[in-house]
Design a protein around this ligand. Structure first.
Ligand code: R5P
Length: 281
């Protein structure tokens, strides 16, 4: 049985179809004091797959509640965290800070037998869980919505860390060159990019990153590509967080299209990570 978190209802439905398993009739409520209640009524045992992207602090609490609701009756609890919030806080950057990814991973581990998460920023965060955890690679799925007739396509990641994702998308697309920008982060909303050596003039570019948060990284990359004479820029991301004015920044920079998976359910989530997750279940 698939138990969906409130932020992962489309992905859970796609996963239920993919696996041929029923969807639990979950109920979500909020008490007058603001506290949450996630219920899983009519549940009778077997393997339970809780699917919940932790896109907010409330979503973290809701995930713990859903795990706890099925814990005693389930034969096995598998927790799928398609997008793991706080995963980018994976080290102590300044004295006195928590390693937030470790804190939430420990809490999630208490209610499950194993964990799957999709393209975390660093796969090392899997080590923070105290139960087995695997990182699912869904990046290749991002090739699906791309036009078939891209001109001399160039697949680019906006930093060296995401080049494997650009390779995954190129491999799934079937043809194209892969390269990356050098990135220096100046603040949480400002980045400086140095373009790759690859020629971009009159070519179609596909930018690939694990997450678009404020959109600063991607919009800067799009601007560079246009300055260098690119034909069109398709932006793809596994986790389309698109916080604050990210979509406006990208539109102003001049993107042809934005494609994301349903690890975070947004208007641009036009491809499902479900088939990639199902391979691990
Ligand atoms: C960081 O290295 C990540 O891969 C993303 O590039 C980054 O988190 C995107 O953030 P933003 O959209 O705020 O620039």
């Amino acid at each position: 049985m698939i138990v969906p978190g409130s932020a992962s209802q489309s992905l859970s439905a796609a996963l239920a179809t993919e696996l041929g398993e029923p969807l639990a009739p979950v109920e979500f409520d909020r008490f007058p004091d603001g506290e949450l209640m996630g219920r899983v009524p009519g549940f009778e045992g077997g393997r339970v797959v809780v699917v919940a992207s932790t896109v907010s602090s409330d979503a973290h609490v809701e995930l713990l509640q859903l795990q706890d609701a099925v814990l005693e009756q389930a034969d096995e609890v598998v927790t799928v965290v398609p997008y793991m919030g706080y995963a980018r806080q994976d080290q102590r950057f300044r004295e006195g800070e928590p390693i937030s990814a470790r804190a939430v991973a420990k809490a999630v581990s208490t209610g499950t037998d194993r964990v799957l998460t999709v393209n975390p920023h660093e796969t090392g965060i899997c080590d923070f869980f105290t139960v087995p955890c695997e990182a699912v690679d869904a990046a290749g799925r991002l090739a699906t919505p791309l036009p078939e007739d891209l001109v001399d396509p160039l697949f680019l990641s906006p930093d060296a860390g995401a080049i494997d994702l650009a390779e995954s998308v190129r491999d799934a697309y079937g043809v194209g060159e892969v390269d990356y920008f050098e990135k220096t982060r100046l603040s949480s909303t400002e980045v400086e990019l140095t373009p790759s050596d690859a020629a971009v003039e009159n070519r179609d570019a596909v930018l690939v990153d694990d997450i678009i948060a404020t959109g600063s990284t991607m919009s800067e990359a799009v601007r560079h590509l246009h300055a260098d004479g690119v034909r069109a820029v398709h932006v793809t991301t596994v986790h389309p967080m698109l916080a604050t004015s990210a979509q406006t920044k990208l539109a102003r920079a001049g993107v042809e299209a934005i494609h994301g998976t349903d690890t975070i359910e947004r208007a641009v989530s036009d491809v499902s990570a479900a088939p990639a997750i199902a391979d691990y279940l």
